[in-house]
Write a protein that binds this ligand. Sequence first.
Ligand SMILES: [Ca+2]
Length: 330
Amino acid sequence: MSLLFRSDAGVRLFRSLLPLFQEDPLVKSTLVPETIGRSEGKPNWWKAAVIYQIYVPSFKDTNGDGYGDLRGVIEKLGYLKELGINIIWLSPIFDSPMYDMGYDIADYYKVNPVFGSMEDVDDLLRQAHKMGLRVVLDIAMNHTSVEHSWFKKTLEAFQAQGGSHKVELAKKAIASKGRDAARIPIPWDRSQETSGGFTVGAAKPWLPMHPNFTEFCTESQRRNPASIWMFYRDLISLRKQHKALVYGAYQLVDPQHESVYAYTRTDGHETYFVVLNFTDDLVEWDTPVEHRGVWSVVISNFGRATLDQELGAKIELGPFDGIIFRRESG
Ligand SMILES: [Ca+2]
């Protein structure tokens, strides 16, 4: 602990949070220090888990202020469960001036009122746990907001030396370098009136919706067997069914190749061979000799038939093609 926290305040904060974890029956048996890092023979629960990170302001607004909130997360727990995830990871929900997406925390003991209240956090935990979902809160303890009392004290000392101008410039820089430019609020349905169901009534989302949201909303995705949503749901399900995909020995294949990322995972009974083209070009990839022969196609993102396939000297991969092959070991 002394390595992580060099200030008394940091140590006090960590000590105050620790009982929260230890008292939670879901994590009590799994998060105690002696289990962390032990993997030989006894797999850690989180290794097989699938985590879904939620950026709360863009997830779902329930009170019509245009910003996603904790009640919105509670409302969509069923959706997350359906997708097959095990853990939801919330972007910071603590009190913050939001110059850095909430990672600039002003008070670690308060929930940002934009997102809700402590009661909402309790309710979220209760309802998530009821569904067997775990909740991870993102707490950035190694830096704080310029509005945190620790920073303000430093600032006062700095200002006494005539440095206030520089601090204002730094604040502006942080605000302009926010990470939100590439993000959009999640469209849940086709409704134009409620901005794709992200918000309620005619409220305006804090960021503009994607122009094609009716096509890409979760409702459309869940009705389309060829959608990315369906593909991810199938991938998650596959990963849960086949332990070798999680625990099997990992071996990179052709690590020097510039376009293809390929690896095998094998547990002694079966081998999975994952081949991914990370470019938008057609790639003719030389199949490594030891991986030639007959494989079953388990899943692919471009609808290859899930049949046996004989891999010859070359594999032709389309743009952003991804395939998982499987065969018995031995
Ligand atoms: Ca809201």
